[in-house]
Design a protein around this ligand. Structure first.
Ligand code: MRU
Length: 351
């Protein structure tokens, strides 16, 4: 559907659409090494779990291309890349796709230990390009599966931005929207504005309007009364990390939406690829929750909205207990409760 790209690999550098400037400016940031890539992730030039996974993979490729020139074999290259890998891993803590993508590349380096460093770097580049393409394919599969749970005429509420901007393309929660539209359904989206970073107001509205999909932005606090008035048929959100029991870490404000959906008898779905599920994390309590800088809460576009020096907290994510989740829409199908079993089965089938 969309003609714009959130992430473009150009062989010697990575081009990212600067999401901090949307919707008023469509500008790019170019990353030429792992450090610039890690900074782009930390600073939210690029954000969204699958998107930062793909971006980190290209960041490691940029480092590999430079460090391969020092010679030696793939094993030596792997060793030399450790500081770059660490810097990329540390760029944001909650989304597990970051670790997942870097682990996949590490496996390639392990396999290529006896090859020359330049051959290993070339294999790494092919693997990163494949990750990028696979993520788009996974999102399209999520869209096809998700379309089956969307009524023919649906008012769908979403939180944050789990769209093409947050992935390699097409989106997860917004992939479900796109899949339903492609299946001929009439979908109108209610987008929570998503304080404090406004991913819903700025990004979800921007990309849905580009695709001519009806979208209405609401203040986060308006969701309750609209649900009570019968104006929401279903909720679909993305995820940054899903624990083995189905607990879901996603953008802060997702948990209250899930509680509200339960109170009003509205189905609450989570859309995410298997790469967002962390089978090593037994439940949501252990998921690291990023605390971002206080200025995001103290200011709105540089304008102070609290008294100077006011104490603030800025947890960027929250955890929705799996009991509030109707189903998890993945690239391999729709997982239903009990999630401990359906998630384990999905991983076993993929092996
Ligand atoms: O802080 P962000 O903007 O990176 O948070 C993004 C989200 O919470 C998304 O919902 C999640 O990563 C899923 S993206 C397909």
């Amino acid at each position: 559907m969309s003609s714009w790209e959130p992430i473009t690999w150009r062989g010697d550098h990575l081009r990212l659409l600067d999401q901090r400037r949307l919707p008023t400016e469509e500008t790019d940031v170019l990353c030429r090494d792992a450090s610039e890539t890690a900074t782009a992730i930390t600073d939210m030039v690029v954000r969204g779990a699958p998107a930062i996974g793909v971006t980190a993979a290209y960041g490691l490729v940029l480092a590999a291309k430079t460090r391969a020139a020092e010679g030696g074999d793939g094993a030596a290259l792997r060793e030399r890349l450790q500081p770059d890998r660490r810097e990329l891993l540390d760029s944001r803590p909650t989304a597990v796709n970051l670790r997942w993508a870097l682990d996949r590349l590490d496996l390639i380096l392990e396999e290529r230990a006896a090859d020359s460093a330049s051959e290993a770097a070339a294999a790494l580049e092919s693997a990163a390009v494949a990750l990028h393409e696979d993520d788009i394919a996974a999102n399209r599969a999520i869209g096809r599966h998700g379309a089956t749970v969307v009524p023919d005429e649906a008012r769908l509420l979403t939180h944050c931005n789990a769209g093409a901007l947050a992935t390699a393309g097409y989106g997860t929660a917004l992939g479900v929207v796109r899949g339903a539209v492609e299946a001929g359904k009439k979908v109108a989206v209610l987008a929570d504005e998503t304080r404090p970073f406004l991913q819903g107001a700025r990004l979800t509205a921007w990309e849905l309007m580009k695709d001519d999909i009806p979208v209405t932005v609401i203040a986060d606090v308006a969701a309750a009364s609209l649900m009570r008035a019968g104006e929401v048929d279903l909720v679909v959100v993305g995820a940054d990390r899903i624990a083995a029991n189905g607990d879901v870490a996603n953008k802060v404000g997702t948990y209250p939406v899930a509680v509200l959906a339960r109170e009003h008898g509205i189905p609450f779905y989570v859309a995410a690829p298997l790469s967002t599920i962390d089978p090593t994390m037994p439940d949501g309590d252990g998921i690291p929750i990023e605390e971002r800088g206080p200025e995001e809460v103290r200011e709105c576009f540089g304008v102070p909205v609290t008294p100077e020096g006011a104490a603030v907290r800025n947890p960027a994510f929250d955890v929705t207990p799996s009991a509030l989740v109707k189903a998890i829409i993945t690239d391999v199908g729709i997982l239903e409760p009990p999630f401990t079993e359906s998630i384990a089965r999905a991983f076993a089938d993929g092996d």
